[in-house]
Design a protein around this ligand. Structure first.
Ligand SMILES: Nc1ncnc2c1ncn2[C@@H]1O[C@H](COP(=O)(O)OP(=O)(O)OP(=O)(O)O)[C@@H](O)[C@H]1O
Length: 249
């Protein structure tokens, strides 16, 4: 029997998955408090590819921020393996970690950490000054405006934080995280200080950052926000597992 070249295969070929941006295997972390040392991460596995959006849920104290600080190279695992692209960075020294952190990652926190006396554009430009030295003024301006426009607040470039709403301030902070074009955006409770509607808007802005291939890891307590991500994981007993998702109306 000959096969017609016009036949459509019954099962489309699987999408070619892109190589991971980050790949954690069996990552462990024990923290020494005032009492007994406590194992916070007991063997975490996680893969984030370009364009992935991953939510991490978990009760307070389950270790979400600890995990995010390992991913963002503020701390190192005790065991397991952490690959950034193909590079094993499990035991990378701080000097090298700092350079990778500013080249590869953008960070968004619950608090906006904006400088009150600078405009939105100047706040965003600070990330370029710290990360890449002094870019020529015109190039800096183009990058800053592109970042502000990407989060929908180009028209607020000349406003200072006290004149901006909480959601607008958080969007300035997201633009500041995006302006160096990070490959991975890490957001720790970015809607914690915002009302529901504003929080929804900010989560949507964050999710859209993945459209151009950025990987996003969002730590949140809000199941509705988590459900807007491509994948929802739950951290408990030191392990990350797929979370049972609620249907959001
Ligand atoms: N530097 C530290 N030394 C000792 N214990 C710590 C340290 N930092 C955090 N912990 C403890 O580790 C546990 C995990 O903390 P972590 O902040 O990662 O949790 P979380 O899931 O992000 O919590 P939350 O949702 O409340 O922010 C907590 O019990 C916390 O008290």
């Amino acid at each position: 029997m000959t096969t017609s070249p016009f036949l459509i295969p019954a099962t489309p070929p699987p999408p070619v998955s892109q190589p991971p941006l980050i790949h954690l295997t069996g990552v462990t972390k024990t923290l020494k408090g005032q009492d007994e040392p406590r194992t916070i991460l007991a063997g975490v596995d996680l893969i984030v590819r370009p364009g992935d959006s991953v939510a991490i849920l978990g009760r307070s104290g389950s270790g979400k921020s600890t995990l995010l600080s390992l991913i963002g190279l503020f701390d190192r695992p005790d065991g397991g393996q952490y690959l950034l692209g193909e590079r094993d960075i499990t035991k990378i020294p701080e000097r090298k970690a700092a350079a990778l952190r500013s080249a590869e990652f953008g960070f968004v926190f619950q608090r906006f950490f904006l400088l009150k006396h600078l405009t939105a554009a100047q706040n965003v430009a600070m990330a370029l000054v710290n990360g890449q030295g002094w870019l020529p003024r015109r190039k800096r301006k183009v990058k800053v405006m592109a970042a502000l426009e990407r989060v929908g607040i180009g028209h607020l470039a000349k406003h200072k934080p006290p004149r901006l709403s909480g959601g607008e301030q958080q969007r300035v902070a997201i633009a500041r995280a995006l302006v160096r074009e990070p490959r991975i955006l890490l957001a720790d409770e970015p809607t914690g200080a915002l009302d529901t509607d504003t929080g929804n808007l900010v989560v949507e802005v964050l999710r859209q950052t993945t459209d151009l291939g950025c990987g996003l890891v969002l730590v949140t307590h809000d199941q509705d926000h988590a459900a807007k991500m491509g994948r929802v994981l739950h951290l408990s007993d030191g392990l990350l597992r797929p979370a049972a998702q609620r249907v959001v109306a």
